[in-house]
Design a protein around this ligand. Structure first.
Ligand code: HEC
Ligand code: HEC
Length: 445
């Protein structure tokens, strides 16, 4: 395939992706609307050359504006996603360090509310050190894929992975099940959402610590269990994931200065336009839309096209190159907890994202999920393994577009000068805003 065909191919792929996304809105219920400009007034003829923006550019700005974010609709694979009892239950689970091998690790160890649900580290650390950095969870319920390589297709199936990973929570399924079963508050919360909990009290049938994990003792204990007992435990584990997902659906980004700028433009409110962003920041926004070509991948109100691309980022560990989506998609398709698996509440025809996912091709090599840029100034270091410490380093990389370890990058060199890079960075900093979530969900319950 020559370079041009490659471009056309990618273009077609992204068109297909965009139309699929338009048809299948995967998410969970969210009735908290963003404070938005009255659409009737904002669609009126905005002065064609309003502070130098053309009508087409204003339409693009509007599409990046948080007010354009669609409300979440239920994730069909998670029937508990919009159950009122699931959010509070999931909130407790998210912060509870008992769900770990050493009693010290919770989701919030790495996804810290004060750091926009990241951890400030290049590679995540808990019981051990992972090979990737901690992405934010904020707003991620809107997307179809989870992890940098998209190896899970729901937030509930994603949550189960760190819990059983030896270097993250390092826990086991029967351990988690016993915690729910033995804690009166948890048992009641569970039963409100998922119905009666089976009797797990027989420790010979349900060992203290058993699961399909790396630890040889826990694995042997799991393999000695009756398959029906295994299935009962796995169902509880799945439901833990589904409650956590319901909680995560509540954690959304709030309006930033950029959103105030677009609101002001749509309202034609000149003093508000000037107050929202400085000249340098507006110049950076122009570069973001034009010569930076950033909206090719960072588009929509969450500034991501939900796709996978190679940005040619250097490997964090040269001995073990990270091929990203190339192997991530293989794991996704074979995973028993996918939208098409038996633990999913979806009909197969509701799993279009998974069924039509691109499963091979060299363009998947070294491709990673396009991250949101909302609150990006708060989430250093950057890229899938924290390869860049600052936004300035990220932009220097984009400017040169080195093809990186796989020799293939979806980026083109930008040729921006030093001042332009500073302006682009200044614009990225306008994307920070407070989280849009009930305040009590942002602290330990
Ligand atoms: C040791 C730190 C650590 C812990 C503990 C942890 N995570 Fe993560 N989380 C990560 C890392 C690292 C990734 C990316 C891993 C990858 O892509 O392979 C990630 C990815 C995610 C993602 C995907 C985000 C995206 O944009 O695709 C979500 C959602 C998430 N974690 C939620 C959770 C939940 C829920 C828990 C608790 C059950 C949890 N995490 C526990 C470090 C952690
Ligand atoms: C071809 C698609 C594509 C284009 C064009 C693109 N990006 Fe990205 N961006 C990505 C991907 C993919 C990643 C993650 C790469 C990785 O971790 O290996 C990323 C990561 C980032 C990050 C780091 C975010 C984080 O949380 O780690 C920033 C900042 C960023 N991009 C800004 C920009 C800016 C500014 C532009 C325009 C100059 C731009 N991007 C153009 C795909 C793209």
């Amino acid at each position: 395939m020559n370079h041009r065909t490659g471009d056309i191919h990618r273009y077609v792929t992204s068109l297909v992706l965009i139309s699929l996304l338009a048809i299948v809105v995967i998410a969970c219920d969210d009735d908290r609307a963003i404070e938005a400009t009255d659409p009737a007034s904002s669609e009126m003829d905005v002065g064609a050359n309003m502070v130098g923006w053309s009508e087409g550019e204003i339409a693009t700005l509007r599409s990046l504006w948080l007010g354009a974010l669609q409300p979440l609709t239920p994730d069909p694979s998670n029937a508990a996603g919009d159950h009122p009892g699931a959010v509070g239950f999931g909130h407790k689970l998210f912060f509870d360090a008992r769900f770990s091998g050493n009693g010290e690790v919770s989701c919030a160890t790495c996804h810290q509310p004060d750091l926009n649900f990241t951890d400030g580290l290049p590679l995540a650390e808990a019981i051990g050190t992972t090979s990737r950095g901690t992405p934010t969870i904020v707003g991620t319920s809107h997307g179809p894929w989870f992890f940098w390589d998209g190896r899970r297709d729901s937030q509930w199936s994603q949550a189960m992975v760190p819990m059983e990973s030896a270097i993250e929570h390092g826990g086991t399924r029967t351990q988690f099940t016993h915690i729910i079963d033995d804690d009166k508050g948890y048992r009641e919360a569970y039963e409100v959402v998922f119905g009666p909990l089976p009797d797990f009290s027989d420790r010979t049938r349900f060992p203290d610590s058993a699961g399909p994990v790396d630890d040889p003792d826990a694995l042997a204990a799991w393999e000695s269990m009756d398959p029906q007992d295994q299935a009962a435990v796995t169902q509880v584990f799945v439901n833990i994931g589904k409650a956590i997902a319901a909680y995560e659906c509540q954690i959304m980004p709030g309006p930033s200065r950029f959103d105030r700028y677009v609101s002001a433009l749509l309202d034609e409110d000149e003093s508000a336009i000037e107050a929202a962003m400085t000249e340098d920041e507006v110049a950076g926004l122009r570069l973001f839309l034009s010569r930076g070509n950033c909206t090719q991948c960072h588009n929509g109100p969450l500034l991501t096209n939900n796709g996978f691309h190679s940005a040619g980022v250097p490997d964090a560990n040269e001995l073990e190159p990270d091929v990203g989506r190339f192997t991530g998609v293989v794991e996704l398709v074979g995973n028993e907890f996918s939208c098409l698996g038996i633990y999913s509440d979806a009909d197969p025809d509701q799993c279009a994202e998974l069924r039509f996912a691109k499963t091979d091709g060299l363009e998947l090599l070294g491709a990673f999920k396009v991250p949101t840029l909302r609150n990006v100034a708060e989430t250093a270091p950057y890229m899938h393994a924290g390869q860049f410490k600052t936004l300035a380093e990220v932009l220097t990389h984009y400017n040169g577009a080195d093809p990186g370890p796989t020799g293939h990058s979806d980026l083109q060199p930008l040729g921006l000068n030093g001042e332009e890079l500073i302006q682009l960075e200044a614009f990225l900093r306008t994307l920070s805003g407070p989280l849009n979530a009930p305040p009590e969900l942002l602290t330990q319950p």
